[in-house]
Design a protein around this ligand. Structure first.
Ligand SMILES: [Zn+2]
Length: 227
């Protein structure tokens, strides 16, 4: 699947991307070297670090690890908010406007592991990236920011911690509503409703409850509506 996504990226009209997974481009079962293909499509490819300057309309691709980026708890640092800032700096040079997708991809992985420390640290990192987007949108005054997820993972709940009851007549356990215990109900994805937050022109269209596929249509009508 990863190799397929790499192939789709090469065939797409993306101008900038930053992340990891260089092995899915250059160490493939089909023998293609898609890093070479990207270079011949005009991309500046870097597998070490984000470059200090980006100039539109040159193209940039960053694949900063062979497989996955490190977890936040293992020292990824500010990669995601920094790449978000750079992507906006780059794309906002395009007079035609831009579409940028930023994913906090390891929130899902923390959920699969039922590891609340992993999940929460990734969520906080994603929150930093959202802040970068909102700062730009606030200044620009003509940018729509949408924050959502494709699904929930792990059945994650902030429930009350279960403690030994102090009241001997209660016999056993009770909930301590003064402390939180992150709990999970599955190692997979769940059907929990997921929030959609939107800020900027067209944001009213994103309220209410709807199918996840409606997000696409709502985005398209926001892009196509007259400014
Ligand atoms: Zn998943």
């Amino acid at each position: 699947m990863h190799e397929e996504i790499a192939a789709q990226l090469v065939g797409s009209e993306v101008d900038y991307f930053a992340g990891a997974g260089s092995m899915f481009f250059s160490n493939r079962k089909d023998g293609y070297n898609y890093l070479d293909s990207l270079t011949s499509k005009g991309f500046n490819i870097d597998t070490v670090e984000l470059s200090s300057e980006v100039h539109f309309p040159q193209k940039y691709g960053y694949l900063l690890a062979p497989d996955a980026m490190p977890k936040m708890v293992e020292g990824r640092g500010d990669f995601l908010p920094r790449a978000t800032r750079q992507a906006i700096e780059y794309l906002s040079q395009d007079p035609d406007g831009f579409f940028l997708m930023v994913e906090g991809s390891q929130i899902d992985w923390g959920g699969h592991e039922n590891n609340s420390e992993y999940l929460i640290s990734e969520l906080i990192d994603f929150d930093q990236a959202i802040g970068v987007g909102l700062d730009f949108a606030e200044k620009d005054q003509n940018t729509l920011v949408i924050v959502t997820a494709d699904h929930e993972t792990g059945g994650f709940t902030l429930s009350a911690r279960i403690i030994q009851s102090a009241d001997t007549s209660m016999m056993g356990m009770e909930s301590d509503y003064d402390s939180i215990s992150p709990t999970f109900s599955t190692g997979g994805h769940s059907a929990t409703l997921i929030p959609v937050f939107a800020w900027g022109p067209g944001s009213d269209e994103f309220s209410g409850i709807y199918q996840n596929t409606a997000i696409f249509d709502k985005m398209m009508s926001a892009v196509n509506s007259p400014q």
